[in-house]
Design a binder for this molecule. Structure first.
Ligand SMILES: *Cc1c(COP(=O)(O)O)cnc(C)c1O
Length: 367
């Protein structure tokens, strides 16, 4: 099976095998070494000298942790959203009582810096800005470095980042760009099964933490910090996934994180080129913003998207994703984060070439 959804992603065989090891005491010396060893290397990937906490949850847990560790009910927050996951970030803040100003940019587009600037100018009481680095639902990557320059450099607001489908796949310099909290999850670019989430915290995030009064327990960073000092997790971790993380980090470090980013850039380009050769169009409005971890493709009017994904699965053993929320039926998505080869993608392109004419596509370039 060729699992080409934007997470979970196919996990290399040796990493899967690593998970079959016997359990260890999570409050013993072996786990202490494992915790320190993995955390040190996670910091290298995040490019931070701040803290990185390993949470036992999916990515949404880390998004929730970012909110509850830095904000109080009534705090004014801007949610600059470009898709379904951006919307979720704002919803979490709202559930916990933040006063959220939503800037929702059209799906397929990036954050408009002028609109963001105007909002931050108009509402000086804004405390934090929520940004999705790579919007998995639309296949669009925001220029986080430039956005951060506005949020931090011009307005000095707290910057909370959903980097779930970008960290370890796309360049993201947590400290250099001034990201206060960055959230990510194991089943995306980390080449791991689902089960763990990672969250960085800057000095500034800790200052916010000291004043933040949103209710928090499981995700309270203070507990992670206190226990880290004695080499333990606050609560029972997903030990098997920790074994896998240890090996995944070995592999990422051996390859070199710069090479990992380059590999994603080139597989992203390879995917887009293949899609265009089929006569299909990219969903992102401006191709230069198209994501290198997930490609979103517009489904032509004449094509039945459900049938397309169905035949890809039943006839070719390739699993693609459809669109989420209002994008259902309008796009399909090809995941290429983690260890994706050109063969994996060529396999998808070749199958699409066969299936497209069977589902109503009359593009002239096929065949
Ligand atoms: C996958 C994803 C999420 C949700 O993560 P879960 O692990 O399913 O909770 C949130 N944001 C982005 C950008 C994602 O890609």
């Amino acid at each position: 099976m060729n699992l080409r959804i934007p997470g979970p992603i196919p996990v290399p065989e040796d990493i899967l095998e690593e998970m079959s090891g016997p359990m260890i005491n999570h409050r013993g010396p072996e786990y202490k070494d494992l915790l320190f060893r993995t955390t040190d290397r996670l910091k290298q990937v995040f490019e931070t000298e701040g803290d990185v906490w390993i949470l036992t949850s999916s990515g949404t847990g880390a998004m929730e942790a970012a909110i509850v560790n830095t904000l109080s009910p009534g705090d004014k927050v801007v949610n600059a959203t470009i898709g379904v996951f951006g919307n979720r970030f704002g919803e979490i803040a709202e559930v916990y009582g933040a006063e959220v100003t939503t800037l929702d940019f059209p799906y397929g587009e990036v954050i408009d810096l002028d609109v963001l600037r105007d909002t931050l100018n108009d509402e000086p009481e804004i405390k934090a800005v929520l940004v999705t680095h790579n919007e998995t639902s639309t296949g669009v990557t925001n220029d986080l470095e430039t956005i951060a320059k506005v949020i931090k450099g011009e307005f000095d607001k707290l910057l909370l980042v959903d980097g779930i489908s970008s960290v370890a796949s796309l360049p993201l310099s947590t400290d250099a760009w001034g990201c206060d909290v960055v959230a990510t999850a194991s089943q995306k670019g980390w080449m791991l099964p689902p089960g763990l989430a990672f969250m960085s915290m800057s000095e500034r995030a800790w200052e916010a933490h000291a004043e933040a009064t949103m209710p928090r327990f499981y995700f309270d960073a203070a507990m992670y910090k206190r226990y880290y000092e004695i080499g333990q997790p606050p609560y029972t971790p997903s030990i098997s996934t920790m074994f896998a993380l240890d090996l995944a980090l070995d592999k990422l470090m051996a390859e070199g994180i710069g090479s990992v980013f380059e590999r994603h850039a080139s597989i992203g380009q390879f995917t887009r080129d293949g899609i265009k050769r089929l006569g299909l169009s990219m969903f992102p409005k401006d191709e230069s913003t198209a994501s290198n971890t997930v490609t979103a493709v517009s489904i032509p009017e004449s094509v039945d998207g459900t049938k397309l994904l169905g035949l890809m699965r039943t006839e070719h053993d390739i699993i693609l994703s459809g669109g989420q929320a209002s994008l259902a039926g309008r796009i399909f998505r090809i995941g290429h984060m983690g260890m994706t080869t050109t063969d994996d993608i060529q396999d998808v392109i070749d199958a699409l070439k066969v299936v497209l004419p069977q589902v109503g596509f009359n593009g002239s370039k096929v065949g």
